[in-house]
Every structure is written in structure tokens, then in C-alpha cells.
Design a protein around this ligand. Structure first.
Ligand code: GLU
Length: 295
């Protein structure tokens, strides 16, 4: 699939970006860098930016973290346009997309647990850092098995990727990228057995539905972009594919990625320790210029 051919945000369409935190914890320095870049892109384009709380998983997301995220964003000066959007209020949309994928023969029910998959397929570091294990092709269920299911609950659902196909895209910062399905990434989850839509599905339904013209997010989601391009195609949303811009991850002095669990890097911990928005942006700049601000 060559997405260079796809209509990517024609100039007549006004810029619309998004800030999309998952409220499973407090925002940290890495979030500030990514969201700052997204905000700068939208403002430089004279466009809009919406806030979308990705709170689809009720086991992991807490209202307190959503409130804290909004407060931290305001403190940083990252203001959004319109009312916040909440994934938890959009279940029907995701369900409609699940039905469409089932009817189209794109997905299959899968009884393998994440643990089993992790044990069978260790993470590899190839051209793209794999952030999830490659689902073994031998464990696939035929997509025909999906027809018997009225609702997704009770089992995991995976998208069957076209083995060997290069799912290419042009990244606004990194240039042309060519991940290969079946090697760089495998069959991925679209719905979880506890009846929660998976990130890849929810984000495509939302980015298309919210009219997003450019997605700015961290480079840990590069392979997700190829997965999501397959979903745009399967859902007949090729005309809604946004541009993509993956920002470099913040690293510590020894070059390691900052861990989200490092509580000292939570923005509110830094604030309590005396940081101001200015010192936060300076610290991010020391890591390299904010990608959204480079011409
Ligand atoms: N919700 C994701 C996060 O907080 C970002 C997803 C995206 O930008 O597509 O890391």
C-alpha cells in the first residue's frame, strides 16, 4: 500500500490537530514535549487543536488523571479548541467499526493471551523498535470464524495483516518509512477480551471522525501508523488519512528513553520542586529543538 498516493490533507482543508493523552497516570516530561510539538504545529498553521482524552479502558483510566492532565496542559500554556472529547463516550462508534471489520473479513477471534504471545515471540530491535511482540502467524484463526460472533465480548480480536506488504508512509520529520507487515509488525489487537476497544481501532475511528489533518505523536508509535493505515483501508476511510509527524523521544544523559514510571519526571512533581513552564520548555529544548517549531 503506497500512502504517498492517498489524499493527505489537501491545502484547502484547514489544519486540525489533536492532543490525545491516556489518563492512566500523571503527565510527564515526554508528554509535554509531544503535546508542545502538536500545539506548536497547529498554531503555526493558524489551525485548530482539539483535546481528546483516550480513556477507553475503564480498568486503567481514572477521572482524576484526566482532570490532572487538563490542569497540567493549562499550566504549560497548551490550550485547546472547543470542549474536550472523551473516548469513553464513543463506544457505539467503535462497535460499528468492529462490525464493519468483522463483516469485511479483516479480523478474527483469538484466544491467545498477551502473556502467551510475549513468551512465544521476544521483542526484536529491527529498523523500527518493536514495541510489541510479533503475533505468531501459526496461531491465526481463519477470518471466517468471525461471522459467528454478534458482539466482540469474551475474546481478543486481531487484525490479519497482509504478510510481506510494505505499508509505507511519509513522516513529516523522518521522511519516507517502509515497515513491512508480518515482519516489522504482526496481527494486532483491535478489541480486547474484556470488551474494551484496542488503541489502534479507537484512534483511527476518532482521528477520521474528528477530522484530524495531522497527527503529531511520539516516535514510539511509528509502527502503529502502519497498523492504522491498514485500518483506514479496511474501514474505507482512505480519504480521511491524516499526515503523520513522529517526534523524537526524550532521552536521559546516557541516551536511555525516559521511563513513564519515573515519578520524578511527572510534571506536577517537577512543578512542586520549583519548575515553571519556562524551565520545562528549556529542559525539552536542551534535548533538541521542539520538532513542531522547526521550519
Ligand atoms: N494516547 C496516546 C498516548 O498518550 C497517544 C496516541 C496517539 O497520539 O495516537 O501516548
Amino acid at each position: 500500500m503506497d500512502c504517498k498516493e492517498a489524499p493527505v490533507a489537501p491545502p484547502s482543508v484547514p489544519y486540525r490537530g489533536r492532543i490525545a493523552p491516556t489518563p492512566t497516570g500523571f503527565l510527564h516530561l515526554g508528554h509535554a514535549a509531544t503535546f508542545g510539538a502538536a500545539h506548536a504545529r497547529a498554531r503555526a498553521a493558524g489551525g485548530e487543536i482539539v483535546l481528546r482524552l483516550e480513556d477507553i479502558d475503564p480498568r486503567r483510566c481514572l477521572p482524576l488523571y484526566a482532570e490532572a492532565a487538563m490542569e497540567d496542559l493549562r499550566w504549560l500554556g497548551l490550550h485547546w479548541d472547543g470542549e474536550p472529547l472523551w473516548q469513553s463516550r464513543r463506544r457505539e462508534r467503535y462497535l460499528a467499526a468492529w462490525r464493519q471489520l468483522r463483516d469485511g473479513g479483516w479480523i478474527y477471534p483469538c484466544t491467545r493471551s498477551r502473556k502467551e504471545v510475549a513468551e512465544a515471540a521476544p521483542l526484536t530491535v529491527g529498523a523500527f523498535d518493536q514495541e510489541e511482540p510479533l503475533f505468531p502467524a501459526a496461531w491465526r484463526t481463519p477470518v471466517e470464524a468471525a461471522r459467528a460472533w454478534e458482539t466482540p465480548a469474551g475474546v481478543n480480536w486481531r487484525f490479519r495483516v497482509p504478510d510481506g506488504e510494505i505499508v509505507a508512509f511519509d513522516d513529516g520529520l523522518l521522511g519516507a518509512l517502509s515497515p513491512r507487515a508480518g515482519t516489522d509488525f504482526g496481527d494486532f489487537l483491535v478489541w480486547n477480551r474484556d470488551d474494551v476497544p484496542a488503541y489502534e481501532l479507537a484512534v483511527v475511528v476518532d482521528d477520521a471522525g474528528d477530522g484530524i489533518t495531522e497527527v503529531v505523536r511520539g516516535a514510539d508509535l511509528l509502527l502503529s501508523t502502519s497498523r492504522q493505515l491498514l485500518l483506514y483501508r479496511a474501514l474505507g476511510l482512505g480519504g480521511a488519512i491524516p499526515a503523520f509527524r513522529h517526534t523524537p523521544l526524550i532521552r536521559d544523559a546516557s541516551g536511555r528513553r525516559l521511563a513513564k514510571r519515573d515519578a520524578a519526571l511527572a510534571l506536577r512533581a517537577m512543578r512542586e520542586a520549583g519548575a515553571t513552564p519556562e524551565t520545562i520548555w528549556e529542559q525539552i529544548d536542551r534535548n533538541g529543538p521542539l520538532p513542531g517549531q522547526t521550519p
